[in-house]
Design a protein around this ligand. Structure first.
Ligand SMILES: *Cc1c(COP(=O)(O)O)cnc(C)c1O
Length: 408
């Protein structure tokens, strides 16, 4: 018997003008009104689905979870995408994202990909999803991905997009603003479709430059005349976010297999947070039925999210700190917009908050919505000195090397 097919459509967090298939949403990246694409319904799973993941490989788990969201991709297409992303020796461990016991906690290791960056988990798969989307929608244009990076995203994006058909990538990094290893990883990147450029200035200068190119209509029209459209590889793109939902399920299945938890037992995830992509993927997993108790939002001294999750006021007007966990040095967490949409279920409100953020640098969601968000989210932050102390402590007690983001 054929299972009834549920088709998900995607529309903007700020309005309903466009209803797109996931493939189209992934090609577009950002909605025309500036909002982010969100699914119009939440797929649900039961414990039998989760139990069923225990014996599967990471690729098979990914296929099952992705299939619930990317309903316009065929099973064959998804299988090809996940195999190219995670298979064939690209990761240094068979588990891809193993769970390790450290003291009385468990650590989900997300750095076993080809560039040793956490961002490989999503940036290995996004290019495959995008290239398949171009093929299946009959898009003839070439896509040019522009990336500004403070280090990790650049190398992971270059490796993910290298030699992917119909897509080219250019990465801009601040001269002297990335580590020597990251710089060498980028400058020695192989692939016929990759380009790396150092920018005089800091990361913000690189990012402003890229944003300016995206917003330059005349330039974009000239590119369109040559059959090229610009796109982005950061976590505003649904195709970058959806791969991250998989490892929450994978971690739970592994904890079940190890006997660390019992079937149905709710667990907490503590997530080092910057752009709110990683922790939002955990929120999607919870909404789908994964037994998650709290999602703990961990920040460094750039603690705008800690304040928001405690007070309901998002205020980006504050000092920016360079910390030893640079991938979390962010004051505008783009993906929070998706959480606000799912929690408030009011697109006009989301649009108005985002407008206030842009114009006044702050918005206030009010106590009622805050209370609803606090049922799932809890937040705190840590200063560099405590992060360093934690690294030493974990090493001495548990003989485990934690990077600064994990230590936060
Ligand atoms: C990007 C990154 C984060 C933050 O993830 P977001 O999805 O931006 O919240 C945390 N840790 C590391 C190592 C990262 O590379």
């Amino acid at each position: 018997m054929k299972k009834e097919a549920i088709v998900l459509k995607y529309s903007s967090t700020r309005g309903n003008a466009e209803q797109l298939d996931s493939a189209q949403a992934i090609i577009r990246g950002l909605a025309a009104d500036g909002g982010l694409f969100v699914p119009d319904a939440m797929p649900k799973v039961d414990m039998a689905f989760i139990e069923g993941l225990k014996t599967l490989s990471y690729e098979e788990r990914a296929e099952k979870v992705l299939g619930l969201f990317l309903t316009d991709y065929t099973a064959e297409e998804l299988s090809g995408c996940v195999t190219r992303a995670y298979g064939s020796g690209r990761f240094d461990t068979a588990k891809r994202a193993p769970v390790k016991a450290v003291g009385d906690k468990s650590v989900l290791e997300l750095w076993h990909g080809p560039t040793s960056a956490f961002k490989d988990m999503a940036l290995q798969l996004l290019p495959q999803l995008m290239s398949t989307a171009l093929k299946k929608t009959g898009e003839k244009d070439e896509v040019l991905i522009l990336v500004a990076t403070s280090g990790d995203t650049g190398k992971a994006a270059l490796e993910g997009f290298r030699d992917v058909p119909q897509i080219r990538i250019m990465v801009f990094y601040p001269q002297g603003g990335v580590s020597r290893i990251q710089q060498l990883q980028m400058l020695t990147q192989e692939g016929k479709n990759v380009n790396v450029t150092a920018v005089t200035g800091n990361f913000d200068d690189a990012q402003s430059g890229v944003k300016k190119i995206f917003g330059d209509e005349v330039f974009n029209e000239a590119l369109a005349g040559k059959g090229i459209r610009l796109s982005s590889a950061n976590s505003i793109n649904w195709g970058r976010l959806v791969p991250q939902i998989v490892y929450y399920f994978s971690a739970y299945a592994d904890l079940l297999s190890a006997g660390t938890i019992e079937s149905g037992e709710a667990i907490d995830f503590t997530v080092p947070t910057g752009n709110f992509g990683d922790i939002l993927a955990g929120f999607y997993a919870k909404c789908m039925g994964l037994p998650v108790h709290k999602l703990i939002c961990a920040s460094n001294a750039n603690n705008v999210l800690t304040d928001f999750l405690r007070t309901g006021v998002y205020d980006r007007q504050r000092d920016f700190f360079k910390t030893i966990s640079p991938s979390m040095d962010i004051l505008i967490s783009s993906n929070l917009e998706r959480l606000l949409y799912h929690m408030a279920e009011d697109k006009a409100k989301v649009a108005s908050w985002m407008q206030q953020l842009q114009q006044e640098g702050r918005y206030d969601i009010g106590s009622e919505l805050l209370a609803k968000i606090q049922q799932t989210f809890w937040a705190d932050w840590t200063a560099d000195a405590d992060t360093e102390a934690c690294i030493a402590d974990v090493y001495e007690k548990d003989h485990y090397v934690a990077d600064p983001h994990t230590a936060v």
